[in-house]
Design a protein around this ligand. Structure first.
Ligand code: DGJ
Length: 745
């Protein structure tokens, strides 16, 4: 709901009510001044929250505002301009280009209110991925502002979800300058929230990582000055996820405030949290201004990626469940959004590059016997690719390896009752490939500068239409030769020497963003042309696991580290924002190939069951006992599919939590059906201790209902399970797990 009000000065104000959350701002002397963002408040006009104190003479005042307290350096803004009195990090900065006049080349930018309108639903602004909503699910406030000097126009979009505590923000910059000259956009953050009333000892929570260790949760106290999580790698990256949350020191999974900011973007991003000497805290998210400049001709618009603000007053758990629901139902799209995902077996960790059609057929045969539903042929099936140093771009079948050819292979696998999926890394090109010989200019490069190799390969210039056409055609051809029902879209290196031979000098800093737009365009074309194909994203594991990629691929390979114990941190961190249905998780071999850790088949299955489930090992080498275990896991996956993928997720114990000394180290989480009729809790002991005592306090149950433990038939009251806990005390060994299914009586 969007409530409008008039401030004491007679200027417009807005109270956006999204689910249980409020977001309030108003116009003050033409500036958009932020009042409040957080759990719901009843007052529309919380203008009193504005900091109206007199400051020392060092702070500047706008020329046309007489009131002494009004300084741009102090006030909370919706979109802080640049170089006109606010010395904190600015959200926008534009510069007039080419023709010479007083403003040309200067970066001062001011944002002043002109008008506003409210529309039903959520307008689709461009091709970039964004949350979608029907007219009865959301309202959108569009505020138009201008820079008074240059008349550059800024449109602020605020979409307010009715049922969920979510506000989506975007900024559009239009070149409607008086002089009609081109302008350069230098900074264009999608959203800024200036918290005036932040709790003392607030913290920033974010998800950091590296290859094989993605999305670890870190909380750090805010400091005077800037904290930033960002990427300059050309992808959202393993290193920082485009997400952060402001929490208080005592925010837990169950209680306290959490305000998340999640950027729907796959490229260079920045999330900055800046605290000034007065405790005013600015949280901004958007395209990273480093190596970014966008030329806008007169009449053109620049649309920023979307920011999704998720607000909770019931801790991190509720914030996560809000994102899960939104992203599962209003960001993921297509036929596979709600369909039960097939259990797959992928041959990567089974064979790496060393396979033949016969070997693949053997694995597929065992898979079919165990009830697995899809076979995925990973890297190594094309060109002459027997190692990572060749053939990227040469997307034709290696008939030395697949002697029967692709159509015949797929046919045989289909005949076993399995679907067939295939791996591509479309954005890559190898030195020595036929593609590079024919199109050396298709490589992302700067003429006269040596090109860095990453995983022995270069990157294609995705800003070029001809490159995208080639990739579409070659993938479409492959898909049309056989009954291929799944693609794993990999991306194994980041951008360097980011240059495109088709861009003029004044547009060369557009290349990172244009790359991402090119990627989206190709993904859009492919998913539109092949709506039945399930697309799984991948980037050396989870190096591009971001909301934007989920718009095209409803599941993403979570990490190349498939060790069940390592996966506890990775999957828990990923669950901070992303639902189970988006996290691809496989049972792999033991000892694990990445860590050499030995874990039981059961534990590997229990952990992988927390996402889009599959296997990634040579099934032909398994014992009968393990094969029997696969049959059970397959049955469990189907049995619990709805509960895990559509239920509410609760993180009960994080691996990093210090558990009561006598319990060693463990992790636990659970899913509860929306109507609370059943729940599934998973408990993993990472490192046991002497005579451990485990009471697992469950969450989200109906306190007044009685639940039956399906395995033992024992009955428990919901309130007892949540307040006293489930008694799991027994001598668990390191790495042992337990899964408890509770059904309401
Ligand atoms: C990286 C992926 O994350 C792996 O799963 C596998 O597909 C390899 N690339 C293949 O090169």
């Amino acid at each position: 709901m969007i409530k409008e009000f008039l401030t004491e000065r007679g200027e417009p104000g807005f109270h956006l009510v999204a689910g249980d959350a409020s977001y309030v701002f108003s116009v003050v002397h033409g500036f958009l001044i932020h009042h409040y963002c957080g759990p719901k408040v009843s007052d529309d006009d919380v203008e009193y929250l504005m900091v109206q104190v007199h400051h020392d003479s060092t702070v500047p005042h706008p020329a046309d505002v007489a009131e002494d307290w009004f300084s741009c350096d102090i006030l909370p803004f919706e979109c802080p301009g640049n170089g006109t009195g606010d010395y904190r990090p600015s959200a926008v900065s534009v510069s007039l280009a080419e023709a010479e006049n007083a403003f040309s080349g200067t970066t001062a930018t001011e944002v002043r209110y002109v008008s506003h309108e409210i529309v039903k639903g959520k307008p689709k602004l461009d091709l970039q991925p964004a949350v979608y909503a029907d007219d009865d699910e959301a309202d959108t406030l569009i505020v138009t502002c201008k820079d008074p000097a240059t008349e550059v126009t800024f449109l602020f979009y605020y979409t307010v979800m009715k049922e969920l505590s979510v506000i989506c923000r975007r900024l559009v910059i239009k070149n409607q300058t008086k002089t009609k000259q081109p302008l350069d956009v230098l900074r264009a953050y999608s959203a800024c929230i200036d918290f005036a009333n932040i709790e003392p000892q607030a913290e920033l929570l974010h998800l950091w990582g590296t290859w094989g260790r993605e999305r670890y949760i870190e909380r750090t106290p805010l400091m005077h000055g800037s904290l930033s999580v960002s990427s300059t790698r050309g992808a959202s990256s393993h290193h920082h996820n485009p997400f952060a949350a402001i929490v208080t020191k005592d925010t837990t999974e169950e209680s306290g405030m959490a305000i998340g900011i999640s950027l729907v973007y796959s490229g260079n991003f920045d999330i900055t949290c800046d605290m000034d000497p007065f405790g005013m805290t600015r949280l901004m998210a958007g395209i990273n201004p480093i190596d970014f400049k966008w030329r806008l001709e007169y009449g053109e618009s620049f649309v920023t990626p979307e920011v999704v603000i998720g607000i909770s007053n019931e801790g991190l758990g509720k914030m996560s469940r809000t994102y899960h629901k939104l992203y599962r139902t209003h960001l993921c799209r297509g036929e596979w959004r709600d369909k039960e995902r097939p259990i797959l077996v992928n041959n990567w960790e089974a064979t790496y590059f060393d396979f033949t059609d016969e070997k693949l057929l053997e694995i597929a045969k065992t898979a079919a016997e165990c009830g697995i539903e899809m076979f995925v042929m990973d890297d190594g099936w094309f060109g002459t690719r027997n190692s990572s140093d060749c053939s990227m771009g040469d997307w034709w079948v290696n008939e030395d390896k697949l002697k029967c050819g692709l159509p015949k292979l797929v046919e045989q696998i289909n005949d076993m009752g399995l679907k067939f999926g295939i791996w591509f890394e479309p954005e890559a090109i190898s030195p020595g490939s036929q593609l590079i010989t024919e199109h050396p200019d298709w490589v992302m490069q700067i003429d006269g500068r040596a090109k860095s190799l990453g995983r022995n390969q270069y990157i294609l210039d995705m800003t070029r239409e001809d490159v995208r056409d080639y990739l579409f055609d070659v993938m479409a051809d492959t898909l049309s030769t056989a009954n291929i029902e799944y693609i794993k879209w990999d991306f194994n290196r980041n951008l360097t020497e980011a240059g495109s031979s088709i861009l003029p000098a004044c547009r060369r800093q557009e290349v990172f963003h244009r790359y991402v737009l090119g990627l989206y365009e190709l993904l859009d074309r492919l998913t539109t042309a092949f709506p039945h194909v399930l697309l799984e994203g991948c980037s050396s594991g989870g190096g591009r696991f971001d909301p934007a990629m989920l718009y095209y691929s409803p599941q993403f390979w979570t990490s190349d580290d498939t060790d069940a114990i390592e996966r506890l941190d990775i999957q828990m961190g990923t669950s901070m924002v992303y639902p189970a249905s988006t996290m691809s998780c496989h049972v792999s071999a033991s000892p694990n190939h990445q860590t050499e850790r030995v874990t039981s088949f059961k534990t590997r299955g229990d952990v992988a069951m927390g996402g889009a489930f599959g296997y990634e090992l040579d099934l032909t080498l398994l014992s009968d006992e393990d094969k029997a275990m696969i049959k059970k896991q397959v049955a469990d996956y189907h049995k619990y599919y709805r509960l895990v993928n559509h239920g509410d997720m609760y993180r009960l114990i994080l691996p990093t939590d210090t558990v009561n000394g006598k319990c060693g180290k463990c992790a636990a989480w659970m899913y509860v059906a929306e109507d609370k009729s059943e729940a599934l809790a998973t408990f993993v002991v990472i490192r046991t201790s002497i005579h451990p005592v485990y009471f697992l306090k469950l969450r989200g149950l109906d306190p007044n209902a009685v639940y039956v433990d399906e395995a033992t038939g024992k009955e428990y009251h919901g309130d007892t399970l949540m307040n006293a806990g489930l008694n799991l005390t027994k001598e668990y060994k390191d790495g042992e797990s337990a899964v408890i299914h509770l059904i309401r009586k």
